[in-house]
Unconditional design. Sequence first.
Length: 161
Amino acid sequence: MKSRERIIKLPPIHYDILMSEAKYKVLAIGRRGGKTNLIVPATYKHLSKQFYNVRTGQPLRHQIGYYSPTLKQGIDNFWDRALEGFDPILAHVDKVYRKLTFTNGGVFQFFGTDVSPRTLRGSYRTLVIRDEAAFQDDEVCRSVLMPMLADTQGELLDLSS
């Protein structure tokens, strides 16, 4: 039987970033610096935590949003890596809505920020990942993405060169 266990090797600086307990991690690392390689292990670490609605105290399912400048760019950069990296914990793959559902009920969904900000609004997120953040409108982050983290005291992983 083939093992579904994955060993993820990270450079020391990436390991330090991953192990940081900071809720908001903003990383400006040059091109080819391995920023996208942090997403899978950061997501696994995130999934090990429990999140609660700060107003009601109710436990929440993990809701992870991966935002890139365009949906196509996000799919080109990370879709295949996500399928491979999350394979051991995937319960369902929705190719139409680019949504991955984990065995614990959590969801990882892809979005492009080049659309109307109204279409990005959602109930909450426990983790927001902005890949190529320098090429996204900061107002979308401030007015749409950050408020979705408010009810969960969620986390932000901002990656850019």
